[in-house]
Design a binder for this molecule. Structure first.
Ligand code: AGP
Length: 611
């Protein structure tokens, strides 16, 4: 949802800001722009399309300077065009602003400014901020910004520079993420720390309602009433290699292949020496809260929500605690009847998803304890939670989430075993059996990754590759896998796909089945395997084309499917960690074969920071 980068210091900041934008391009990529201050001049360059277009313009007409701000855009107000690209400037072309978020009262502010003679040049909600700062400017940029922000309603992260205040970079935040990077006699700002790790790992996370006046050698942070604030400098433990492709053609493929290591990381140090207990010391939550909680509520969006659906099954069957799962954007608009002692679990890769954050805040207001499953340390959701179970998936750059998803499912499995043991609803022998199978999952994922022949065949088979639509069907633990498989295909190949409970198919979707509609059945060894085979027969009887995901040794299944991908055997509750791998690969290879942009699919952004 738009990426912001800024630099102030002794170097020419243009290359640094461009480099940061490259790492943030996953947040939005419909246009980009950059502004640099040099010798009391302000130069701006903007371009429609991906960052490459901006880089090409800068190569033919370079700009230089410090401070510098840059932006990569995901359009909310106004089409992707050069006029709507950031930075936006005031009438005097003195002040430049980059923004991530939505200004809710921009029409009202715009009307007030138009009445003073201001001419607007874009359709965005952001431009009003540049004019508003100019309106209040009396020779001190920071004072003008903080005054202007008192008039603004909505969500924002801003980076602001002015030719009349050289050496000053202003940052402000309310509802959209922003970090300040601390260098050696230089400072940076960015929407997330991944943009900065090449330059510094020392960061300060700006809080809502704070604005910072940043110079090369110092930073002063104030609230909007001018009160000085202090922020701790934290060290990010991700390294640069995590933000690079490491020889893979796409981030998504790299991240798919990282999953064995990710699950090892999720498990590392968390299986107790007795092999029957889970040590989740990093949660930092009083065990009584988990022992006594009468009900758990999981809230998340998209892929994270799919992990939550699996989390519900795991927690209910292993720990015997009732669980409700909500799409975060729906949760906050329902009457929240949370029994006292309830625990709410927001699940999120980015930790910045606006819908999930607002669901968290609604749950807090309703008195719940918040235990989040979060990948990005220091993110807003991590900071606003009572406790966090870190996902340890490392930086995920591909817009289509893969490794963060399996990390979420694995974290739910650990949490379910932990709860079951704490509450006495899971016997040590049963916990031991689950955990010993769990420890073998990374090698089994590696085996799934090594076995891509059938997936590659399907991905180049016109019946799958050129399909207009596809069905993904599964039951029980793998019903959410069906939803996730369909979402992956939709997101990156633009093939319409529906995920359904396989038993539900006969209640409607079967009407779609012809020889032109491929179906993917997720049918590993499980309590419902035979029922799924019956559903496969129903599709075959109507000339449907079937790809089945089944367990090695299931000789019977091949008679009911065109193609079968076999996964290693495992306990049913852990099976989504394996069945999802061929579905990720299928979506990936179909997307490549259709010539789609795998890592930056159209209309999407990785981190959705607007509601
Ligand atoms: C997944 O492939 C998505 N692009 C999307 O559904 C994502 O999972 C969702 O926006 C939630 O993001 P979060 O995990 O960062 O909160």
């Amino acid at each position: 949802m738009c990426g912001i980068v800024g630099y102030v210091g002794p170097k020419d900041g243009v290359g640094i800001v461009l480099d940061g934008l490259r790492r943030l391009e996953y947040r939005g990529y419909d246009s980009a722009g950059i502004s640099a201050v040099r010798d009391h001049t302000l130069d701006s360059v903007r371009a429609v399309g991906k960052l490459k277009a901006l880089e090409a313009k800068l190569t033919s007409a370079p700009i230089h300077g410090s401070p510098v701000i840059g932006h990569t855009r995901w359009a909310t107000h106004g089409v992707p065009s050069e006029a709507n690209a950031h930075p936006h400037t005031d009438d005097a072309l003195a002040i430049a602003v980059v923004h991530n978020g939505i200004i809710e009262n921009y029409l009202e502010l715009g009307a007030m400014l138009r009445a003073t003679g201001v001419q607007f040049r874009s359709e965005t909600d952001t431009e009003v901020i540049a004019h508003l700062i100019r309106h209040y400017y009396r020779g001190d940029l920071f004072a003008a910004v903080t005054r202007a922000l008192q008039d603004v309603r909505g969500a924002y992260a801003f980076g602001i520079v002015s030719k009349d205040d050289p050496g000053v970079l202003i940052a402000a935040r309310n509802g959209s993420p922003l970090v300040i990077g601390v260098g050696d006699n230089e400072h940076y700002i960015a929407s997330d720390a991944t943009a900065l790790i090449k330059y510094t790992r020392r960061v300060m996370y700006l809080d809502d309602g704070q604005a910072a006046e940043i110079r090369a050698d110092r930073t002063a942070i104030h609230d909007l009433n001018g009160k000085l604030q202090s922020l701790e400098v934290k060290t990010v433990d991700w390294d640069l290699a995590m933000a690079e492709k490491g020889g893979y053609p796409h981030f998504m493929l790299k991240e798919i292949h990282e999953q064995p290591e990710v699950i090892r990381n999720v498990l590392r140090g968390r299986v107790a020496a007795n092999g029957a207990d889970v040590a989740l010391d990093d949660i930092k939550l009083a065990p009584e809260i988990l022992v006594k909680c009468p009900r758990i509520f999981i809230v998340a969006c998209g892929t994270a929500w799919h992990s939550g659906l699996i989390g519900k099954r795991l927690i209910e069957s292993i720990a015997k605690v009732p669980v409700e799962v909500d799409i975060a954007s729906e949760f906050r608009y329902r009457d929240l009847l949370l029994p006292p002692g309830s625990v709410v679990i927001p699940v999120t890769q980015s930790g910045e998803t606006a819908d999930t954050l607002e669901a968290l805040r609604a749950a807090r207001r309703a008195g719940a304890t918040i235990l989040s499953l979060v990948n990005v340390q220091g993110s807003t959701i991590a900071r606003e939670s009572n406790a966090v179970l870190p996902l340890r998936a490392g930086i995920e750059m591909g817009v289509a989430s893969t490794k963060a998803y399996t990390a979420m499912v694995a974290a739910f499995a650990l949490l379910a075993i932990h709860l079951g043991r704490l509450r006495g609803s899971l016997a040590p022998e049963a916990a031991g059996a689950l955990l010993s199978d769990f420890l073998r999952i990374p090698d089994k994922i590696a085996a799934c990754l090594a076995n891509q022949r059938t997936i590659l065949e399907c991905a180049s088979d016109p019946r799958f590759r050129d399909a207009a639509s596809a069905l993904f069907l599964g039951r029980a633990y793998n019903y959410p896998t069906a939803l996730e498989g369909a979402l992956k295909l939709k997101e990156i190949s633009y093939i319409h796909a529906e995920g359904y409970g396989a038993g539900e198919m006969k209640h409607g979707p079967i009407a779609l089945v012809t020889d032109k509609l491929p179906s993917v059945f997720i049918a590993p060894q499980s309590a419902t395997r035979d029922k799924i085979v019956s559903n496969m027969q129903e599709v075959r009887a109507r000339n449907g084309v079937i790809l089945a995901i089944a367990t090695e040794g299931d000789a019977g299944i091949a008679a009911h499917a065109e193609k079968v991908v076999y996964i290693p055997p495992c306990l049913e509750p852990l099976s989504p960690l394996l069945t999802t791998i061929p579905l990720q690969l299928l979506a990936y290879h179909i997307s490549v074969n259709r010539g789609c942009d795998v890592d930056q699919p159209r209309n999407l952004a990785k981190s959705v920071t607007v509601e």
